[in-house]
Write a protein that binds this ligand. Structure first.
Ligand code: SF4
Ligand code: SF4
Length: 372
């Protein structure tokens, strides 16, 4: 049974040791970084830089603590993420969200190049076939996966599996295009975006959110450029009138996430990845969106484990005990304590991610929980 170390977000004493950064330091000591990383080894710290407007990410102070802990054992950390928008713009998003070399004391680099096309095709599984893993993540000898736990309109629950799957894979491959990128998880077949004119109120949110300008309107008619579209699904998600559909299948999507996560993990040797889940600022949506709603539940704490499935299961188990916060999307939808808040918000079968990850050998849903 794998160990999951946990520290609560509550601070009951006026000591640094009782702060969340102080507790993260203790968690990393307990986990024993020397067991995973060597002196002079480059270690990727994979996080999500957020978006222009999405500020509820893993805070830079926590990334700094991970960097400090890795430096103490002589390792060479760098902070990284794959691009959702063009790379230089994405680095500026990171900077604006407080993640830069000065704040985290390590280089902040894009994992798949300025255009998201620096990737390496890797054999995946029966759903995806092959997939474009970001070259920097592929080549890094070791990794700490820092995941912001939250909701997600498609995944229902978004933690470490999603951070690896969507965040370790590029949007597009030079020759294979979106079919070997994240879009292969989001959609099926040719991924043809369907617009329902009758339901459309011409709010233009879909056009404005598209990172590639693949949507335009002429004479109040939507025009979609399927040749450049990454099938990221953002346009479908922001349409509140259900006027846009990207064909998909929830069960397949969850299993594809697990399969992509396995593909990314497979580019590392055994015991070369450590997972840190931040159960903080748990908002309903993904950090890719151009906003962040208020949290739907209180900050819970931080978990560390070397078992992907264990840390995800422990995180979900904690979320299931949480109470909905007043004046949040959860209370608006009259969700009560004891109910599955993320499940009720998004109505997605998110547990399939964990079941499939376990089936694929990525870890165990049984875990040994230690509070630090
Ligand atoms: S977001 Fe939906 S309602 Fe708004 S313009 Fe696009 S398709 Fe129409
Ligand atoms: S799925 Fe929608 S938002 Fe994403 S690239 Fe295609 S058109 Fe743009």
């Amino acid at each position: 049974m794998s160990k999951v170390y946990f520290a609560s977000a509550r601070a009951r004493k006026w000591h640094y040791e009782d702060s969340m950064p102080g507790k993260l330091e203790r968690l990393l000591k307990e986990a024993g970084l020397m067991n995973y990383f060597s002196p002079d080894e480059w270690v990727a710290i994979k996080t999500h830089f957020g978006s222009d407007g999405a500020h509820r990410i893993v805070r830079p102070v926590f990334l700094r603590k991970v960097v400090d802990a890795l430096r103490r054992i002589g390792a060479k950390p760098f902070v990284t993420d794959t691009v959702r928008i063009k790379g230089l713009d994405y680095l500026e998003v990171a900077n604006q969200n407080g993640i830069n070399h000065l704040s985290v004391d390590a280089p902040v680099v894009i994992a798949d190049g300025l255009y998201g096309r620096d990737n390496i095709m890797i054999k995946a599984g029966e759903i995806l076939g092959q997939i474009a893993v970001a070259s920097l993540i592929h080549d890094a000898p070791a990794m700490v996966v820092c995941s912001h736990v939250k909701g997600h309109i498609n995944a229902g629950y978004a933690g470490a599996i999603k951070n690896l799957a969507m965040g370790g894979v590029s949007s597009s491959h030079r020759t294979c295009g979106w079919k070997c990128g994240r879009g292969a998880m989001h959609t099926i077949g040719e991924g043809e975006l369907v617009w329902d004119k009758e339901k459309c109120e011409l709010c233009l949110q879909c056009r404005d959110i598209c990172p590639l300008d693949a949507i335009s309107f002429r004479d109040d008619v939507l025009e979609w450029d399927g040749n450049i579209c990454w099938r990221c699904g953002r346009c479908e998600r922001v349409c509140q009138n259900e006027a846009l559909t990207l064909p998909g299948d929830d069960d397949r999507f969850m299993r594809a996430l697990a399969e992509a996560a396995k593909t990314v993990v497979g580019t590392f040797g055994p015991k070369k990845i450590l997972y840190i889940n931040f159960l903080t600022e748990i908002q309903p949506e993904c950090d890719c969106m151009p906003m962040a709603d208020v949290p739907v539940m209180q900050d819970i704490g931080i978990m560390v484990s070397d078992d992907l499935v264990s840390i995800e299961q422990a995180s979900v188990d904690m979320l299931l005990k949480a109470a909905p916060l007043p004046e949040s999307m959860a209370s608006e939808q009259q969700i009560s304590q004891g109910e599955d808040i993320l499940g009720k918000l998004h109505h997605r079968p998110y547990r399939i991610q964990l079941e499939e990850a376990e089936r694929l050998g990525l870890g165990s849903r049984k875990y040994d929980f230690t509070e630090v």
